[in-house]
Structure formats: C-alpha cells, structure tokens
Design a binder for this molecule. Structure first.
Ligand SMILES: Cc1ncc(COP(=O)(O)O)c(C=O)c1O
Length: 403
C-alpha cells in the first residue's frame, strides 16, 4: 500500500475505492505521480479537464481573479457572474436565464426547484412530479438521488423526497405514458454517462421534446457530463436539433474549479422570486473567471477538432472492440467520450483492465463492471490518442481480454 493510502484511511471517510497512485502534477493531457512517473490522462478527472491540465489561460484567469477579488457573497453584483451568464445564455440560443451553483448535484437541485415553482403556478399545486430514466445519474444529494435511476445507490438512504418516477431510457412510449396531471418535468441525460455512456436510439430526444411540449411539462436536460463540448457540440442535445426548457451543467465548465449552472428559459426562470433559492459560493468570481477562460479554450475546439480527433479515437477503439474475446463487446459514445464495453462474458473485468492500463501509464476508469470510460481532455492531439490506444491494447492483452 502506498503511504498516503494508510494516512487517508485513518482520517477520511471510506467513500472512494482508489487505485494505488497519488498524482501530484498535470499539464495538458499528461499527469505525473509522486514518484515522477508520467501518465496519459484519458479520463480527464471524469470529463472535467476539457481544457487540459493547468491550461495557461485558465491558470492566469484564476490567479488574476483571486488576486483581485476572490469573494463577496451573492448579496452584491459581480461582473464575472454576469459575463459568464451572458456567454451561457448565448450558447443556449438566448431567451433564458442562469442560476450559478457549485456542483452538478446543485445544478440539478436548482432545476428541480425551478420546475416545481413554475409547474405549481402554471399547472396547479399537485404538479410536482419529475419523470426520470432508469440508469440515469443526477447526483448524490437527497433530491438528486431521488431522481437517479439506480436503486442500489438510492435504497440505503430512503426515504427520499417524493414525486420522482423512472421509465426505461430510450423508450418514448413509456415516457409519454408516465406523464400526467401531477407531472412538472421530465429530467433526462441526452446520453447516460454513469450508466456506461448509453446513447439513446435516434429520434428519442426529439420525441421527448415533442411529448413534453404537447403535455405542457418541462424538458430538463442534464448536460453535466455530456455538455461543454464533450460530444463535439457544445450541448449533446444539439445533435438532436432540440431546445429543452432547462439545461444543467457542471464538470468541465470551469476546468475543475467547482461550479454548477442551471439555464432555464425565461418563462420558467421568471417563476423564481427573490429568496426562493441561493448559495454562498455559487457564481463566485474565481469560479466564473475559470469558466470564462475555459470557454475561451473549448469553443474553438468545436469547429472540427473534437470531431477529428474523436473520430481517430473511435476508430482505434472499434479495432480494439473487434479484438476483444467476448461476443457482447461494444463501443458506445460520441465525440471524445466513449465506453469500451467488454461484454458480460469477457475474460476480465473493466476494473482489471483499468489497473493494467494504469501500470502502463494510461488513466481510464471502469464506469461499469464491464465497461471502460474514456473522456480525455478535448485539447488532445492525434499522437497522444495513438499512444493511449497502444497502451490500452497492451493492458487488454495483459489481462487476457483481447487478441
Ligand atoms: C449526468 C450527471 N449529473 C449529475 C452529476 C453530479 O455531479 P456532481 O458530482 O458535480 O454533484 C454527475 C456526476 O457524475 C453526472 O454525470
């Protein structure tokens, strides 16, 4: 066991099952551990480090803002907050307003609250229901856990707030059937991240938009993992050509500086009254400065770079999938976000492959028992993709999962 593991076990909650590695530095797509060993980061802090580690623009923005004005609370106006909200509303297509918080779970909590506030006023006091999807992941607070479609992580903490139901992901008929007079909103990830990068069938998101619009309920898209350019568009729902009523963001938005954002169309955000919601840190000037600099880095990558290098990654992963010794092997994902699923009868688990990859200097994670998640920084170039694929092939061979 490495030194820090024993120290940590004595003083930190045993919340995380970590591999035996301590990272101390990062630059671009490279991480270094405490012994100076170099790793290619194909996980990017779980789809967070989109601009790459220690991007000079992000570092300068954070340091400059912290040295100028670090915090005032939300009792006063601050420029970076408005600058960021303007950028996000613009990305969404206008006609909307933003609430800024500190994490994905908080962004979804705000979405649930604004949906209920709007629906009670416009659909009646009973309209508090949130329809979400089986397998969906929306956070670990009690409210977002209630929305999460994974009974194994919900059940230990029941009773959870009422009003949440779950339908199979990708089934438009089941979605339509679940909406009734008590429904306020439908909450979906456009592609389910924690379920193993599950892409819904073509037409599902457009159908969800149509069904919710017809029923007069809100469509909330959780873009916390899928957004900020991860799939090659700023928001993953843009591939389907739809405009949801509410969008939530976090993860990559500020390069790892904690932030959450909830965008709601004007009709919905205008339902909020002063005092309905708030946060001490949310929209903190330093987090907003980090987000603005991150957007400066990410936005130009959406003009072809993510599609190009993502295509190369997908091509290499498809070759690996074909070499996996398991009939159920599958590749899922888009842009620079993939799950290589080894299938139920694979000779090795995703955890075993991830550990073998780590020992070869490649960071990936087992997003499910059978699937490896890859979500490298969006700034990654072809040469690093090729090297990462070589290391992954070596790891798969080492554990006997691939020819
Ligand atoms: C789709 C989605 N929603 C919400 C969350 C929760 O975000 P956070 O961990 O920042 O609270 C996550 C985190 O993985 C996520 O992937």
């Amino acid at each position: 066991m490495i030194d820090i593991a024993a120290r940590e076990a004595a003083v930190l909650w045993p919340t995380y099952l970590r591999p035996q590695v301590e990272f101390v530095r990062g630059e671009g797509v490279v991480l270094w551990d405490v012994h100076g060993r170099e790793y290619l980061d194909f996980l990017g802090g779980i789809a967070v480090v989109a601009a790459g580690h220690a991007h000079p623009k992000v570092v300068a923005a954070v340091a400059g803002q912290l040295a100028t004005l670090g915090h005032t609370s939300n009792l006063y106006f601050t420029g970076p907050q408005v600058d960021l909200a303007e950028r996000l509303v613009d990305r969404f297509g206008g006609g909307a307003k933003v609430f800024l918080s500190n994490s994905g779970a908080e962004a979804n909590e705000a979405a649930i609250k604004v949906a209920r506030r709007w629906a009670k006023a416009s659909r009646g006091e009973r309209a508090i229901g949130i329809v979400a999807a089986v397998g969906g992941f929306h956070g670990r607070t009690l409210g977002t856990l209630a929305a999460t479609g994974k009974p194994s992580i919900r059940e230990p903490f029941e009773p959870l707030p009422p009003g949440f139901s779950h339908v199979p992901f990708g089934d438009a008929r089941a979605l339509a059937a679940a909406i009734g007079p008590d429904t306020a909103a439908v909450l979906l990830e456009p592609i389910q991240g924690e379920a193993g990068i599950r892409v819904p069938p073509d037409g599902y998101l457009a159908a969800a938009r149509e069904i919710t619009a017809e029923a007069g309920v809100l469509l909330i898209m959780d873009e916390i993992q899928s957004g900020m350019g991860r799939t090659g568009r700023f928001f993953a729902h843009q591939h389907a050509g739809i405009r949801p009523d509410v969008v939530t963001m976090a993860k990559a938005l500020a390069s790892g500086y904690p932030i959450g954002a909830t965008i709601a169309v004007d009709e919905v955000s205008n339902a909020i009254r002063p005092g309905d919601h708030g946060s001490t840190f949310g929209g903190n000037p330093v987090a907003c400065a980090a987000a603005l600099a991150t957007l400066d880095v990410i936005e130009p990558l959406l003009e072809g770079h993510v599609d190009r290098v993502g295509g190369r990654l997908a091509g290499g992963l498809l070759e690996l999938r074909d070499r996996v010794d398991s009939p159920g092997a599958e590749l899922r994902g888009a842009g620079l976000w993939y799950a290589l699923d080894l299938g139920e009868h694979a000779p090795a688990s995703a955890r075993e492959v991830a550990l073998a990859a780590l020992s070869r200097g490649l960071v990936v994670n087992p997003v499910t028992e059978t699937a490896l998640r890859l979500a490298p920084p969006l700034v990654i170039e072809e040469a690093d993709i090729d090297e990462g694929l070589l290391r992954l092939a070596g790891a798969l061979q080492e554990v006997g999962a691939c020819r």
